[in-house]
Design a protein around this ligand. Structure first.
Ligand code: IMP
Length: 377
C-alpha cells in the first residue's frame, strides 16, 4: 500500500487548533514533522489528562508507540528550550527522546537574537522569541546551524550534548530520506498563511514559510502531499498588531475570548476576536496551497443568537496590502448549540463550502480543538 502524506496548515492568523488536530491524527502516521517557526509557536495538546504546551517538538500523540517526530531545517531552534521540552516528555516516557529526530541544518536562536527582538520589534507585537533576528542572521550568512555546533566546541555544545545524552537523534533529511519515502508523513504547520513572511500582512508577519512551499524548502521534494488541510476556527482571532478586518469590539468579543480561552499559549496575551472571514480564507487557500478545510471550536459560539460571516470585502483581496483597507460585508446566520446538536451548524458549513469551493472535511469542538472531531463525507 502506498503511503499517505498530509499537511495541517493555519489558514487564518494562527492559533486555529492545528496542534490538537495534529495530535488527534498522529497515531495514523509514522512521522509528525515541523517545518517552520520556532519557540514563537505555542502548540497545546492534552494527553492522558495532562496539558502539554510544546513550542518546538511536533504534536505527536506519544501513546502510539511507533510514531516519531522530525524537526526539519525550516525550524529555528532555541537549544536550551528544546532540552526543557524534551525533559518534560522524558518524564512521561523515557523512550520518547529516542523517537525525536532533529535536522542538524536547523539554525539556532541565541540569547542575543531574543534581546534584539525585544529591543527592535515590539511595535509589530512579536512574541519576543528571537525569530526575526535569527532569520536576519541566517539571511546575512552569519547564522549558526546545529551542524556547526555538533562538530566543534561552542558555548551551545552543552545543550546538544544534553540532547544526545537523552537519546535525541541528529539526522539530516537525506539520511532519513529512504525511511520517509516508506512512511506516512504529517507536516504540522506553525503560524499561518496570513502571518507568512511572503503571503501574510507584511510587515505584521512572522518570518517563516507557513504555506506548502515551506515543506518543500526543507528538502521534501520526494514527497507527494495527498491533502493540505487549511484550519480555521468558526470565528477568528489575531494576536499582535496588524490588520484584522472582521475584528469585534463589543461584549461578544470578551465572551468569546473567555469561552474560547483565547490567550496566547506562548505569551499569555489576550487575542483579538472577530468573525469568520471568508475573503481572507480564500486568499489563504490560494496562497497556501490548501486543498481541504477543517473548522474548529464550534462550541465556543454555542448559545449566540446570531452568528456573522464575512462573505466579501468591497474589493476582493489579491495581495496582502488589500487587508489594510478591507471593508467587510457580512451575512447573519442563526446561532447553534453545537454541543447538543451538531446538525445545527450545517447552513454555516454549507456557506463556507459554497463560497470557498472546498470541502469542509472535519469539524471539531472542544476549547482545545478536539473534544470531538467529526468526519464529514
Ligand atoms: P514573531 O513570530 O514572534 O516574530 O511575531 C510576529 C507576529 O506573528 C506577531 O503578531 C505574533 O503575535 C504572531 N505570531 C507568531 N507566532 C504565532 C503563533 O504561534 N500564533 C499566533 N500568532 C503568532
Amino acid at each position: 500500500m502506498s503511503n499517505y502524506n498530509v499537511a495541517i496548515l493555519g489558514a487564518a492568523f494562527g492559533d486555529e487548533a492545528k496542534a490538537a488536530i495534529t495530535h488527534y491524527f498522529s497515531p495514523q502516521y509514522e512521522y509528525i514533522i515541523r517545518f517552520g517557526g520556532g519557540k514563537n509557536a505555542g502548540h497545546s495538546v492534552y494527553r492522558n489528562g495532562k496539558k502539554y504546551v510544546n513550542n518546538l517538538v511536533p504534536s505527536v500523540n506519544w501513546n502510539e508507540k511507533s510514531t516519531k517526530a522530525f524537526i526539519a531545517s525550516g525550524v529555528f531552534v532555541d537549544l536550551e528550550h528544546l532540552c526543557k521540552e524534551i525533559k518534560i516528555l522524558q518524564e512521561e516516557d523515557r523512550e520518547i527522546p529516542n523517537k525525536i529526530y532533529v535536522d542538524p541544518d536547523c539554525f539556532i536562536v541565541t540569547p542575543e537574537h531574543i534581546q534584539e527582538d525585544i529591543a527592535t520589534n515590539s511595535h509589530l507585537g512579536t512574541t519576543n522569541r528571537g525569530i526575526g533576528p535569527a532569520n536576519l542572521s541566517k539571511m546575512g550568512r552569519k547564522g549558526i546551524r546545529i551542524r556547526n555546533i555538533l562538530n566543534s566546541e561552542n558555548q551551545f555544545k552543552v545543550f546538544v550534548d544534553e540532547l544526545k545524552n537523552m537519546g535525541v537523534n541528529f539526522k539530516g533529511i537525506l539520511e532519513l530520506r529512504n525511511e520517509f519515502m516508506k512512511s506516512n508523513l504529517l507536516f504540522e504547520g506553525s503560524q499561518s498563511v496570513l502571518l507568512d513572511l511572503n503571503a501574510g500582512t507584511y510587515p505584521f508577519v512572522s518570518c517563516g514559510d507557513a504555506t506548502v512551499s515551506g515543506i518543500y524548502s526543507c528538502g521534501f521534494h520526494f514527497v507527494k502531499l495527498d491533502q493540505a488541510y487549511g484550519i480555521v476556527k468558526a470565528y477568528s482571532t489575531r494576536v499582535g498588531a496588524g490588520p484584522f478586518p472582521t475584528e469585534m469590539f463589543n461584549d461578544d468579543a470578551d465572551t468569546l475570548r473567555q469561552r474560547g480561552k483565547e490567550f496566547g499559549a506562548t505569551t499569555g496575551r489576550p487575542r483579538r476576536i472577530g468573525w469568520l472571514d471568508l475573503p481572507a480564507l480564500n486568499y489563504a487557500i490560494k496562497r497556501g496551497g490548501i486543498t481541504n478545510l477543517i473548522i474548529s471550536k464550534f462550541d465556543v459560539l454555542d448559545g449566540m443568537e446570531q452568528i456573522k460571516i464575512c462573505t466579501d470585502y468591497q474589493k476582493e483581496p489579491t495581495c496582502s496590502d488589500d487587508f489594510f483597507s478591507a471593508v467587510p460585508q457580512y451575512i447573519t446566520m442563526s446561532g447553534w448549540q453545537y454541543s447538543q446538536n451538531i446538525e445545527q451548524i450545517q447552513p454555516f458549513v454549507d456557506k463556507v463550502e459554497k463560497l470557498t469551493g472546498l470541502h469542509v472535511e472535519y469539524t471539531t469542538h472542544g476549547v482545545q480543538g478536539y473534544g470531538c472531531i467529526k468526519h464529514r463525507k
